[in-house]
Design a protein around this ligand. Structure first.
Ligand code: ADP
Length: 286
C-alpha cells in the first residue's frame, strides 16, 4: 500500500537483513548482520583481517550467496532474481578491488569499455562512455596505454573508471587503497569523494585502516568475528566509541595522527611540567 506520505521508493539504497554466510567447512564469515545504507552516503566498514568485511561486501552484489537473510539493493530483492535479472541488477553496483583486477592484455580504454560491451552496448557507445569515465578520473590521455605502463594510483583510477562505466548507483570498494602509498591513497580517496559528491553514487568501502574511514566516510560500521558490533556517524563513533574493538581502532587512528606528533613539543613550549606532560601523553597514547 502506498500513499503520498509513504512513497513506494525505499529510503535505503542497500538493506541487508539478518544476513549470514557460512562457508563449506563451517566458518561463519558473516553472522546475522542487519545493515542499511541511505542513498548518497559514503559508508565505511572497518575491522581486523578475518572479521568478515570482504565477505559482507561480496554479499551486497551476491558474489557470495548468503546462507540466510535478504539483500535489497535499489529496492530489488536480489536473492529473488533469476540469473538474467541479477546480471542487470549488478550493473547498478560497481566494484573496485585492492589489486585493481585489470586485464593486462587490454588497453586502458578496453578495460573501461569491457563491462559496457558485456552489457550489450555497441562498440561506439561503449567507447564514448568509457572515454567519459576516463575523463572523470583524469586519465583521458592514457586511454591507449596498457595497465602495466601505469602507476598503482593510475591503475586504481582505471579500476574506478571501469566500475563507473555502467553508471551504477552503488560502488563497492574492497580495500581499494591498501596496495597504495599514503600520498596515492589520499588521491584515490579524494577521487572517491568526487564520485560521491558529483555523481551522487553511494559508496560502501571496507578497510582495516581507520584513517581511511575518517578521511571519506559519513557513516561506519565496525565488524568483529562476523558481527557488526557498532555502527553510527563517523564523527560520533570517533568521539565516543562503545565497543572494545572500536576503541582499539579509534586509538590506533589517533596515534597515527600527525597532530599527536606535535604534542610533546607543544607541551614543552608552553612550559607544562614534565610529569604532567608525560601523563598527558600517556593518556592520549602518544
Ligand atoms: P576480512 O575481509 O575482514 O579480512 P573475510 O570476509 O575475507 O574477512 O573472511 C572472513 C572469514 O571467512 C575468515 O575466517 C576467512 O578465512 C573465511 N573465508 C573467507 N572466504 C572464504 C572461502 N571462500 N571459503 C572458506 N572460508 C572463507
Amino acid at each position: 500500500m502506498t500513499s503520498p506520505e509513504h512513497p513506494a521508493a525505499p529510503r535505503n539504497v542497500i538493506e541487508l537483513h539478518d544476513i549470514s554466510k557460512e562457508f563449506t567447512g563451517g566458518t561463519v564469515a558473516v553472522d546475522r548482520v542487519t545493515l542499511a545504507v541511505e542513498p548518497g552516503t559514503v559508508f565505511g566498514v572497518v575491522g581486523h583481517s578475518g572479521a568478515g568485511k570482504s565477505t559482507l561486501l561480496r554479499l551486497i552484489n551476491l558474489l557470495e550467496t548468503p546462507t540466510s537473510g535478504t539483500v535489497t539493493v535499489a529496492g530489488q530483492d536480489l536473492i529473488a532474481l533469476g540469473a538474467r535479472e541479477l546480471r542487470a541488477a549488478r550493473r547498478n553496483i560497481g566494484m573496485v578491488f585492492q589489486q585493481f583486477n585489470l586485464f593486462r592484455s587490454r588497453t586502458v580504454l578496453g578495460n573501461v569499455a569491457y563491462p559496457l560491451r558485456q552489457a550489450g552496448a555497441s562498440r561506439a557507445r561503449s567507447r564514448e562512455r568509457a572515454e567519459e569515465a576516463l575523463r572523470f578520473v583524469g586519465l583521458a590521455d592514457q586511454a591507449r596505454r596498457y595497465p602495466e605502463q601505469l602507476s598503482g594510483g593510475q591503475r586504481q583510477r582505471v579500476g574506478i573508471a571501469r566500475a563507473l562505466a555502467t553508471e551504477p548507483r552503488v560502488l563497492l570498494c574492497d580495500e581499494a587503497t591498501s596496495a597504495l602509498d599514503p600520498q596515492t591513497t589520499q588521491e584515490v580517496l579524494a577521487l572517491l569523494r568526487r564520485v560521491n559528491d558529483e555523481l551522487g553514487v553511494t559508496i560502501v568501502l571496507i578497510t582495516h585502516e581507520m584513517e581511511v574511514v575518517r578521511a571519506v566516510c559519513d557513516r561506519m560500521a565496525v565488524m568483529d568475528g562476523g558481527r557488526v558490533v557498532e555502527t553510527g556517524p563517523v564523527r560520533e563513533v570517533f568521539a565516543a566509541p562503545q565497543h572494545p574493538t572500536t576503541r582499539a581502532f579509534v586509538r590506533s587512528a589517533v596515534q597515527a595522527s600527525p597532530l599527536l606528533d606535535l604534542l610533546p613539543a607543544a607541551l614543552r613550549k608552553h612550559g607544562v611540567d614534565e610529569a604532567v606532560a608525560a601523563s598527558v601523553l600517556a593518556e592520549v597514547g602518544a
